[in-house]
Write a protein that binds this ligand. Structure first.
Ligand code: NAD
Ligand code: DAU
Length: 356
């Protein structure tokens, strides 16, 4: 990290980004980190109260789809590296509004690449080290059958508007590396879980619904398989890749931890029954099978051996332990959950920063 002075992390008010910027701000006190985030429904500065007053942290409210604003910010702050997480991230929303995903995930990424290129090719910067790290998803590879795993050489085959937009952004990042010799790095990660996860996604939605005795919606037969990784292990992987990868490299990140949705929800119900002092089996009665997601990918599984062998990263937590920790966090942070489910967090923080 000693090579970079001004690192911008986009989307750091969101779920994964907040964990990444917390790790970096605490671990690298001599580097200044800028959280560039639009604060959409998914961005919440309450995720970052523990670092908001650190001297090496600055929040910038900005929209990556606004090329003029992004260009001006690169010139003003002279960012020398980018860790790009800002995105529309929810598959179901991409099915109802694909264009929003093209705008943020594709155009927004290209705007960042253009601004980085313009600054880093300028006379003042051209001999200094720079890095553009693009955080992507395993969904770009499409779906697996009963066997096999995604590797870094698996062909792209996205099925949802979300994964198509992320695949497109990956292609642009590689194109800027190949065409303009920019130092670009990409990682493709499996499903994350943990604290500060927005309760529209399967695990936090189900925790919230079980807590409030509401139905747990399971799409289709619940047989789809996801590979779950604790979000802090993803943040650690981003750290080792950002600091250790060769220019142009791609790494897959995953937990070697496959669960069908229905088995995962049964485990979650068991943990919640114990934590809430409910009779065994009572939360599972909330399971409700609903219409399947359109284009629902059957199975994701990540082979992360390249990352493990080359950079020495591996997941730190067993899923049962991580899930129990996650449930504890949601039960102990009722205010956070209530603020998010009521939408109150947006009013408070959006107003505060609109006046700056
Ligand atoms: P999230 O939806 O929780 O957070 C996204 C953040 O981006 C929010 O803070 C939001 O305000 C910000 N943002 C959205 N549009 C913006 C814009 N136009 N300008 C500036 N900021 C904007 O997402 P997440 O789950 O934390 O995912 C972060 C990244 O990691 C995404 O790129 C996603 O594709 C990728 N990813 C996520 C997972 C996962 O399991 N959640 C797994 C692999 C990869
Ligand atoms: O694989 C990485 C991806 O994981 C990330 O790129 C995405 O940003 C992230 O949202 C996540 O995508 P998924 O679609 O896999 O996550 P989600 O939590 O929405 O759904 C997980 C599985 O649970 C999926 O098979 C759909 C199913 N599901 C989801 C919801 C919200 C349900 O059965 N019921 C639900 O209510």
């Amino acid at each position: 990290m000693q090579n970079y002075s001004h690192v911008v992390i986009t989307g750091a008010a969101g779920f994964i980004g907040s964990h990444v910027i917390r790790l970096f701000v605490n671990k690298y006190p001599n580097t200044h980190f800028y959280n560039l985030d639009k604060l959409t429904y998914a961005g919440n500065l309450a995720n970052l109260t523990d670092i908001e007053n650190k001297s090496n942290y600055t929040f910038i409210k900005a929209d990556i789809t606004d090329a003029v604003q992004i260009e001006a910010l690169f010139q003003q702050y002279q960012f020398d590296a980018v860790i790009h997480l800002a995105a529309e991230s929810h598959v179901d929303r991409s099915i109802t509004d694909p264009t929003a995903f093209v705008m943020t995930n594709v155009i927004g990424t290209v705007n960042l690449l253009n601004s980085a290129k313009a600054l880093w090719k300028s006379d003042a910067h051209k001999n200094a080290p720079h890095r553009f790290y693009h955080v992507s998803t395993d969904e770009v590879y499409g779906t697996l059958g009963e066997t096999g795993m995604f590797t870094e050489t698996t062909s792209y085959d996205p099925h949802s508007p979300y994964s198509a937009s992320k695949a497109s952004s990956d292609h642009f990042v590689r194109a800027y590396h190949d065409t303009y010799q920019m130092d670009c790095v990409i990682s493709n990660c499996s499903n994350n879980y943990g604290s500060f996860h927005f309760p529209e996604k399967l695990i936090p939605l189900s925790i919230n619904n079980i807590k409030n005795n509401l139905p747990i919606p399971i799409y289709g037969k619940g047989e789809n398989v996801r590979d779950w990784l604790w979000v802090e292990d993803h943040a650690r992987a981003i750290d080792v890749i950002f600091n250790g990868a060769k220019p142009g490299a791609t790494y897959n990140i995953g937990g070697h931890n496959e669960w069908t949705n229905i088995d995962l929800i049964h485990l979650l119900c068991k943990i919640m029954d114990e934590k809430l002092g409910r009779e065994a089996g009572s939360s599972a009665k909330l399971i409700t099978y609903v219409t399947d997601r359109a284009g629902h990918d059957l199975r994701y599984a990540i082979d992360s051996s390249k990352l493990q062998n080359e950079l020495g990263w591996k997941p730190s937590l067993q899923f049962e332990e991580g899930l129990a920790k996650t449930v504890d966090w949601y039960l102990q942070n009722e205010d956070w959950l209530n603020n998010v489910t009521s939408g109150n967090y947006q009013n408070y923080y959006a107003k505060q920063y609109d006046h700056r």
